[in-house]
Design a protein around this ligand. Structure first.
Ligand SMILES: Cc1cc2nc3c(=O)[nH]c(=O)nc-3n(C[C@H](O)[C@H](O)[C@H](O)COP(=O)(O)OP(=O)(O)OC[C@H]3O[C@@H](n4cnc5c(N)ncnc54)[C@H](O)[C@@H]3O)c2cc1C
Length: 365
């Protein structure tokens, strides 16, 4: 990814974690948490206090779920004891809080496979080929896995992942090519500036005059346009230009209705991300209006050993608040401990006074 202020903060916060990009043998873990939103992150903490380790998987490239993806700069006013807290700040604080438990985050990985093994443990696997053997599963998947908004013009599907890209996995492959970039947010502008010197030609197309991206990036892009190094159009995608089965460019429609042809061999589309429940709906867990039904003692789903917390779950009186998800994570942790170690005697300990919890936290009493 090109440099971004927000992203730098995330990378720094993440440096405490190892990350994986693919593994052959299943990773064995006591608990697997699907979703690194605020509730999934706090689940790491609550499990850690009880001495249970976890791996966390998220389809986004960064932790924080909706807070980081949808409203990082907005202030939140209803986190207990924090009169005001930026959404990204909350994520950074949670990452700091779970640091002692050394949870491994697997980012940019969507969990697509789930099956209960005969042993009672669970098989899970990501689309990227990372597989897990977990004693318990916590689904903290929020509104679902964030997926890119697609360009939505006829015939586009055939080129998605090749000549039409929503995520850039190999920037080197774009060097020397004629590029058309769609979008007006940070991703569109960051990639425009990053690829400008490498592309054979670059055109940015945005549906309106105003940009959502950082003003400094917009300023640099406008300078590049003024210097004749790239072109900028206010327009919408209209139709594809193809020949012999290959993409040759795109027609765009200007606000006055005029259609212009832009020759190109790659279209890079950054229309933002939207959450989609996705594969979780097919795992055989009881659902009610796209949410997983749970009890309010354990926050367990219809499958013993599989728990659901945060926005993804539903029960009488459910409120989709971060605060609710934090409470659910605390009770689910005790239930998970009992599921994994039914013989173990459970008792409530306070972090203020428990030497064992303080040892786990790496602090002295
Ligand atoms: C604009 C806005 C303002 C808000 N303000 C407040 C507020 O002031 N106070 C408040 O309490 N709440 C607020 N909320 C709601 C709050 O953000 C949510 O309640 C909270 O984010 C839920 O956390 P979560 O961890 O359950 O899920 P999410 O934050 O949605 O995170 C879920 C994560 O799971 C990942 N995921 C899903 N499926 C998969 C899969 N199959 N594989 C891998 N990863 C997967 C997703 O990529 C995502 O990162 C606001 C929401 C919005 C949109």
């Amino acid at each position: 990814m090109p440099p971004r202020c927000r992203l730098h903060a995330k990378v720094t916060a993440l440096s405490q974690f190892a990350s994986t990009s693919g593994a052959a043998a299943p990773i064995s873990t006591e608990a697997l948490i699907i979703g690194a939103g605020p509730c999934g992150l706090f689940q790491v903490f609550e499990l850690g206090l009880l001495g249970i380790s976890a791996h966390v998987v998220d389809s986004l490239q960064h932790p924080g779920g909706q807070c980081a993806e949808l409203y990082p700069d907005k202030p939140i006013y209803d986190i207990p004891a924090l009169p005001v807290c930026g959404a990204q700040e909350l994520v950074d604080r949670l990452l700091q809080q779970i640091k002692p438990f050394k949870a491994q985050l697997h980012l940019g990985q969507e969990v697509v496979e789930f099956a209960r093994r005969d042993s009672g443990r669970f098989h899970l696997a990501t689309a990227g080929g990372v597989s897990f053997d977990a004693g318990a599963v916590v689904i903290a998947a929020g509104l679902g896995s964030f997926q890119p908004r697609r360009i939505g013009i006829e015939g586009a599907q055939a080129f998605e992942g090749s000549a039409i890209q929503y995520r850039i996995r190999n920037a080197a492959e774009l060097a020397g090519r004629h590029l058309v970039i769609f979008g007006g947010g940070d991703s569109a502008l960051d990639w425009t500036l990053e690829l400008l010197s490498k592309a054979a030609s670059l055109t940015l197309v945005h549906r309106r005059k105003e940009f959502r991206a950082a003003p400094a990036s917009v300023g640099r892009m406008q300078q590049a346009v003024a210097a004749g190094n790239m072109r900028l159009f206010e327009a919408l995608p209209h139709s594809l230009l193809t020949a012999d089965g290959a993409l040759r460019g795109v027609n765009i429609r200007a606000p006055d209705g005029a259609v212009h042809a832009l020759p190109a061999d790659r279209l890079l589309v950054f229309f933002g991300l939207h959450p989609k429940l996705g594969p979780i709906a097919d795992w055989g867990l009881a659902l009610e209006r796209k949410a997983l039904t749970v009890d309010t003692e354990k926050f367990q789903t219809s499958v013993p050993g599989v728990f659901a917390i945060g926005d993804i779950n539903t029960y009488p009186g459910k409120k989709k608040l971060i605060l609710s998800g934090f409470h659910e994570a605390a009770l689910a942790a005790f239930a998970i401990q009992h599921h994994l170690y039914p013989q173990k005697k459970q008792f409530l300990q306070y972090t203020t006074t428990s030497p064992v919890m303080q040892q786990r936290l790496g602090v002295t009493g």
